[in-house]
Design a protein around this ligand. Sequence first.
Ligand code: ATP
Ligand code: MG
Length: 578
Amino acid sequence: MKMSKMHIRTLREVPTEAEIASHILLLRSGMIKKLVSGVYGFMPLGWRTIRKIEDIIRQEMDAKGAQEIHMSAVQPAELWEESGRWSKYGPELWRLKDRNGRDFCLGPTHEEVFTDLIRNEISSYRQLPVNLYQIQTKYRDEARPRFGLIRSREFIMKDDYSFDKDEAGLDVSYKNMYDAYTNIFNRCGLKFRPVEADTGAIGGSNSHEFCALCETGESEIVYCDSCDMAATNERAEFKDAPASNEEMLPMEEVATPDCKTIEEVAGFLKVSADKTIKALLFNKYNDDGTKKEGYVIAFIRGDRELNPVKLVNALNIPEFAIEFADEKEIGAATGCVGGFTGPVGLKNCTVVVDSELVGARNMVAGANKEGYHVKNVNYERDYKGDIVTDLKMLRAGDPCPECGQPVKSARGIEVGQVFKLGTKYSESMGAVYKDENQQDKLIVMGCYGIGVTRTMAAIVEQNHDDNGIIWPVSVAPYHVVIVQVGANDEVQKKLAEELHDRFEAAGIEVILDDRDERPGVKFKDADLLGIPVRITVGRGAAEGKVEYRLRREGENHDMTADEAFESAVELINRERRG
Ligand code: ATP
Ligand code: MG
């Protein structure tokens, strides 16, 4: 393909709203175009990469016996009411009405639609298992769309649903999908790690996230080098140390003027932060987030960090149904005092206590009185929680919940997630089959998602330098770019076109940059676009000489056109499958 005929519009400037490399480079290379916040279009080169990622996904899904279908993005509210998620999904669900006022949503995910399909079409154990997937546009009205394709409001997802007779069948389906995901992300050239994950709004029991490792990622994972523990920090369990055997001392109120933070209190009373109790105050809303229902006060050790996912799981409410409270309002209702809140003597609120505090002794806590704290506060004797559970983040250096060694942490981008749903949807929506004895049984489900567009961004995040993208061969929009230095030089033109035609005949995807531009512009664009092999046809053309350069190495090699052709074909064919 001749570049003079292609629709490629690269930008010299860094777009102001873009903060991270993938967003900047995908915009600058003209591969994506923003329409409105969180909504992007794909230009020819960008779309070719999307299609390559999709092809890899299709090949690996099909290899596991999954079958591709395509369902509508528009979904009727009735199905979501059946599953109970019409209210619970919250403001992220992109709702719309038809002209008659009937409610619909643009699908953020398709559990309801696939369960509905299966309950109508499967009746016997003979028809199971089934595994169906689609590659389709999804909609989520994200609170903060950002980082370009990483957190957008319209994006492409591959979603797959498995339907089995029993848990043993689900185990097999889950393992198949886990293996398929491993192959897919390997072939996309990603460095990634599958980790145990929270099941969130989707529901179900068991889940893994596939996390592409990079510093700019929004997910934090914790892992252990001494054993195989690896989990998102939202999910990672914190194993409490055994209870302290310190003797309980009598409670004692002490004046702590102006000491509102843990550091101030600990410093003033000369105790370490792990001898203090920290309070976090929240308003709680009903399940669709429209009505305030009450107050929640959570207590954790002063040196710990609250894990909000563990808190909402403990309260069994959606994430959006809780927000930090205004101190004055919550104080008037519950008796707490901002900066001096402690667990003793609160009223009208749900008190959630971190499990570690149960075995802690003689702690310092707020006195619920302006300017005062209490020393020697002990669980059971002095206060109790309505809920006692693990509420804290596992941080680098904390003991591994499996083996006790210090854990490590890393950041990454969640590119895929697999869930064991069990019977959550088949139960609420009545998806049953008749077993060998004509007994009705619930279908056992799993669901499996890959963010196709987010995967593209993650690949760029891991594969770039200051000059642009460095596509792995398997997902590169084109394999080779031939830069013809003199746009009007007949000898160069002839050699460049000959090479171009040879590549095409060999099934190599090639661009010929024949534009009437300065060489510097062409080289810059070639680097920005990230095409794996660049062949420069310049002055040496008369002797059949060219320069050969791999984008990932950045060094020019003088070769004959024949050698360059052979080297490129060999490299591309070796790496194109990923
Ligand atoms: P996150 O925690 O990042 O919001 P999620 O856990 O809600 O994502 P899933 O419901 O597991 O996402 O969706 C499956 C996949 O779809 C994710 O692994 C991710 O790759 C992709 N995805 C989810 N939300 C977005 C988004 N807003 N923009 C782009 N891709 C997304
Ligand atoms: Mg997820």
